[in-house]
Design a protein around this ligand. Sequence first.
Ligand code: SF4
Ligand code: SF4
Length: 607
Amino acid sequence: MATTTNAGRALDARLGDILTGCNDCGACVKGCAFLKRHGTPGAIARACTPPTSEALAKGFECSLCGLCSAVCPKGLDLEGFFLELRRAAVERGEGNYPQHKPLLNYERLGTSRRFTLYRLPDECRSVFFPGCSLSGTSPAGVQRVFDELKKSDPAVGIVFDCCLKPSHSLGRADYVDSRFSEMNRWLVQLGVREVLVACPNCQAMFQKFGSGLKVRTVWEALAESDLKPRPAAATVTVHDPCVIRFEAPVHQAVRTLLARQGVKVEEMRHSGRRTLCCGQGGAVNLLDPKLAASWGELRKKEADGRRIVTYCAGCTQALGNHTPTSHLVDVIFTPEKALAGKRLGAKEPMTYLNRLRLKRTFLAKEGFAVTRERDAESPDAVQTTKRRKPLVLAAALIALVAAVQLSGAGQYLQQDQLRAVIGSYGALAPAVYVLIYALAPVLFLPGLPITIAGGVLFGPVWGVVYAISGATIGASLAFLVARYVARDWVAAKLTGLRWQRLDREVERHGWKVVAFTRLVPAFPFNLLNYAFGLTKVPFLHYLVVSFFCMLPACIAFIVFSSSLLGLIGGKVSPTTLLGILLIAGVSLIPVLYRRVKARREPEPVTD
Ligand code: SF4
Ligand code: SF4
């Protein structure tokens, strides 16, 4: 059945390969519990014509381990076919299993500003990318590996981020494309040419999606170095992670490191390119724990009482539930503990804490020229949302005008009458308005609706006077609270890199930073007021600069909103047009700034 979407076309191509290539010999079925349940890939492909929801859902039961591809005499890419079933399901909106939520949340945190950290020294060409899992389970190991890498390359950098393997395995292709390419682009722009990975999933992701980056494992780098791990007399067996089953040089490097320690390796029946899944592949453990556990039991049987050493933090945890298993990093750096029967490796929620601590440790290290954290949203998505916002507001306004016109409610929206009523309250009305505006920034209330109300209630001249007075008093109150009343509390809230950077920039450029941030809204307005209270900018400078730099936007919105009731009633006055022009002019300031900045330096650098 021909389909026209991207995933549909890719699935058609895969289906064609399997339907014509598979002769149902059954070689792949022998070692796979999933295929034993559903039949040969050929049979599964035939059941996919047409690709019903039920047929596509089968893709989520496959571990994507690739053992079938390794044994298929026809050389078919079978896990690629099962992944395509997942992608087609996701594209139809059918792959959203609630059981996958914890994994996707884990990934979302891994790519968040709080958990990510990029630190590159001058002339950095290689970065160590330890991955989320190992950073959580063995933060000390990550530090030891980094120290070793630094001996051979003093300019090595560090990147704590998520490789997005969970989303990739769950068929979320578009999300992976945008997020991964942003990370890749940033690294390449900064001159990075090599990524050193410790996790096989990261290796697979960089090999598949990376561009302009050489991918090497730290195990290969360490095997080539003159690292002398502490001697350990033990006999173990090695579990090669299935996701890199075809990476023979990595398998070899791991065995070289163990041999250098004096650790004897006895191979299991399935190793190297014929290795088995640990049970966590493709997140099958979340949908079908029994099927996943069957892989672990198989491994236990093959290990036959010998300790398993592996080099994937996920495999270490999964297999550790069935049989004694150690991570290679622990065997290399703390063999006496790792081989003594003690189960190492932190578990949730300690893993999250470890990652935050590790980030803090690397933040405190000297010698890095560039530092950044990453947003959870892709910049493309954020840009799109920002671009859409004015359109949504304009559409809402048009809908409101139409509704008022159709309902005949325009007769009640009389600007002059409203202002006459407000005027009858004398000084009380402006006093209440300024008071509300002054409290809004302190209480984190949005200022724009209050500004608009100012234009409607007081007109273009007095509206500006009252709104700018209220906004300046409010910004000053928040500043003074942060500086003199709740300094520690505010400091505890503003621990991110960009706030630290703001502090440094103020030290360097003083009031100019206040002017810049008022004109280019790179920070949330309400938080910014508090943040400036923590910096060394003098209060008077802050007050005067805030007043003058908030004035253009204030004038633009007040002029526009002063004719808002007329506009809603269907009347477009010269004041309305002037207001629109002024708002457009003010909105152009950040755009112009970014254009100028982009010409001078790569956009995403934040330090
Ligand atoms: S990829 Fe692994 S789990 Fe999936 S069908 Fe092949 S052998 Fe079975
Ligand atoms: S090994 Fe290859 S040809 Fe044989 S049943 Fe499996 S997919 Fe088909």
